[in-house]
Design a protein around this ligand. Structure first.
Ligand SMILES: [Zn+2]
Length: 119
């Protein structure tokens, strides 16, 4: 038991480095506009890309209309996004995602300003 306790404390006292192993992306469903946060694990979700970087193909489902979206993202060796494509929706920035989730909490908010797409 003593050993197990020690192992357990070893694991629980591990620094919060877990966050470094994940890439967070934010998407919006093309149908119901529901924002979705997706966590990509660098070790499990990413595959080695053809040009030395990394590649991920991820199926994403929102919790509102359950429509499946497919994200394909290419990263360089520093895990920076090179190209990204999303079928069935569009990518959001972290700020856009936060604004979208905040507006879900408060329905009185005015609609999205502008509407000009950066792409
Ligand atoms: Zn949806």
């Amino acid at each position: 038991m003593g050993l197990l306790d020690r192992l357990t404390s070893l694991f629980s006292s591990r620094p919060s480095k877990e966050a470094d192993d994940a890439i967070h992306i934010y998407v919006e469903c093309g149908r119901c506009k529901s924002p979705v946060h997706v966590r990509l694990d660098k070790r499990h979700d990413l595959s080695q890309g053809e040009k030395g970087g990394f590649f991920v193909r991820k199926e994403i489902m929102d919790s509102k209309c359950f429509r499946l979206m497919t994200a394909e993202i290419m990263f360089d060796t520093g895990y920076r996004i090179q190209t990204q494509d999303l079928q069935g929706g569009r990518f959001l920035s972290k700020e856009e995602f936060e604004a979208a989730t905040a507006s879900e909490a408060g329905p009185d908010r005015p609609g999205r300003p502008g509407g000009a797409s950066p792409l």
